[in-house]
Design a protein around this ligand. Structure first.
Ligand code: HEM
Length: 497
């Protein structure tokens, strides 16, 4: 019996450590992996967000090598440190790194509302769906949506005024999430989610659950990433059925309302209706398109707004300078036009500086789809098909090799159009880069800047001590950059009652 147990344990050990010399055999520097934990212990332990494991490896190896081999549990991964090699992966050799591993993990039969999301598609289907959706974000369509966003900004301001009368701080992420829920619901479904007036608005509650990292999904995702053969067996369903039914129903109602009342509005729903008329797509497919907008757009944008407000609240000089720019550029009614909003240089710099320090997506991963060589400074690695390559956005954004005083919030570093240079060098990539660059970037910039401008124009913001800062810590289980304990702000109205 003991012998069988010993044999079994030995087999498990051999299985778990089989790949530990994968990178040394290929002459690629790598840390020393531990049984079950590999090089990314928090993939399993979750005491910290796994991005901090990646940060430690990044700091230990940067300036010594352009790439580091890592083991996640028992699966080899390649961490890219050198921006020129990042450029190879995202742009120059896009054909060899065409999609993310998640594409193979999400089961579109179980999660049909993710089935048309370009992020989760590959090859011809990705190209087709990306081309289908791209026209929804033209300047003309964004301009049509802008007054709706202005209107919803006014609701947000009213809400903050009322709430701040209670002399309690507000969680900036909650305020921002209410705003983006209202914007996205209105721009997609033509429906007012009433997040600022209802006690528990249903769309907001359902929206929260789309990508909620519940225990079961965190465990399943860990198993799917660590033991790829289990993917098919596990049947991970990310979106609960009641959430799926809610959004399908919402889309059906929105469609019925629009057709019965003969409403004509050049928004996202209108674009999807045109797509249906042209390509004869089903209602479920239409719902899936609208869901892409909702799932990709609302959480990333609210996280971005909340961090920008936090940094502005922490920095009076920036806040005053930004308010000055906004006040000088609004009309007599205090409103800023779409064209002006998109062109305000300091607002642009402040927002991008906040995205630099707090990118909503802290990392992107790409799967090697064709074997290829990556090479820099005489060092070379042959990447085999199926290997996942990690791009550590957060670490590159905070690297002193590329940024002077990288931990400092200093929007002036982007003076005189310098952002383009950082983007070109792939040392600034909050929206990714290359053919898969964020599809909703222009929409995201419009809604986030509109919210920030409206708040800075109306309130003096300061960080409340309820915020557990120094340093801010990323939630151990969150899929995106959400901070532990929230970002709590005080808002003092600047308008005389
Ligand atoms: C500040 C807000 C946002 C940030 C920081 C952000 C960031 C990103 C990043 C890093 C990627 C991955 C790029 C890659 O894999 O190379 C991405 C992809 C994507 N984003 Fe965004 N995003 C934001 C808002 C939005 C919005 C508002 C929408 C839709 C309305 C959207 C739709 C998408 C889609 C569809 C993709 C997949 C593109 C593809 O694979 O072809 N995003 N985004």
């Amino acid at each position: 019996m003991i012998f069988i147990l010993f044999l079994l344990l030995s087999l498990v050990y051999i299985y778990l450590t089989w790949n530990f010399d994968y990178w040394t055999k290929r002459g690629v520097p790598s840390p020393k992996a531990r049984v079950l934990l590999g090089d990314l212990p928090n993939g399993l332990l979750k005491t910290e967000n796994v991005i901090y494991d990646i940060g430690k490896i990044y700091n230990n190896f940067k300036s010594k090598t352009p790439f580091v081999g890592m083991i996640q549990t028992r699966v080899p991964r390649l961490l890219i440190l050198e921006p020129e090699v990042i450029k190879d992966v995202l742009i120059r050799k896009f054909n060899c790194f065409r999609y993310a591993e998640l594409v193979e993990i999400v089961d579109t039969k179980l999660d049909p509302l993710f089935a048309k999301n370009p992020f989760l598609l590959m090859d011809e289907e990705w190209k087709e769906k990306r081309a289908d959706i791209t026209p929804a974000f033209t300047s003309n369509r964004l301009k049509v949506l802008y007054p709706i966003i202005q209107d919803l900004s006014a609701h947000m301001i009213k809400y903050i005024i009322n709430e701040s009368k209670k002399n309690e701080p507000l969680d900036s992420l909650e305020v921002a999430a209410k705003f983006t829920t209202d914007v996205v619901s209105n721009c997609i479904f033509g429906i007012d989610a009433e997040s600022f007036t209802k006690e528990k608005p249903e769309i907001r509650e359902m929206g929260k659950r789309i990508l909620e990292p519940n225990f079961s999904n965190v465990v399943k995702l860990f198993l799917a990433e660590s033991f790829p053969f289990m993917r098919k067996l596990m049947r991970i369903q990310f979106m609960p059925n009641d959430v799926k039914d809610f959004f399908v129903n919402l889309m059906q109602q929105a469609l019925k309302h629009r057709e019965e009342k003969k409403i004509c509005r050049e928004d996202f729903l209108d674009h999807i209706i045109q797509l249906r008329n042209k390509k004869n797509i089903s209602e479920l497919e239409m719902a899936s398109h609208t869901m892409s907008f909702f799932s990709d757009g609302f959480e990333t944008s609210s996280v971005a707004i909340s961090h920008a407000l936090y940094e502005i609240g922490n920095n009076t000089r920036v806040q005053d300078k930004l308010r000055d720019e906004i006040n000088k550029n609004c009309n007599k009614s205090g409103l800023i036009s779409y064209e002006t909003l998109t062109e305000l240089p300091y607002l642009d710099q402040v927002f991008h500086e906040s995205l630099r320090l707090h990118p909503p997506a802290v990392m992107i991963s790409k799967q090697c789809t064709e074997p290829t060589d990556l090479e820099f400074d005489g060092k070379r690695v042959t990447v085999e098909k199926g290997i996942n390559v990690f791009i550590p956005i957060l670490q590159v954004h905070c690297d002193s090799n590329y940024y002077f005083e990288p931990d400092k919030f200093y929007p002036e570093r982007f003076d005189d159009g310098a952002i383009k240079d950082y983007l070109d060098r792939c040392v600034f990539m909050p929206f990714g880069a290359g053919p898969r660059i964020c599809l909703g970037m222009r929409f995201a910039l419009m809604q986030t800047k509109a919210a920030i401008a409206a708040i800075v124009q109306n309130f003096e913001i300061s960080v409340n001590k309820k915020t557990q800062n120094n340093p801010l810590v990323i939630d151990p289980v969150a899929f995106i950059n959400v901070k532990v304990g929230g970002l709590w702000l005080d808002f003092k109205s600047l308008k005389k009652e």
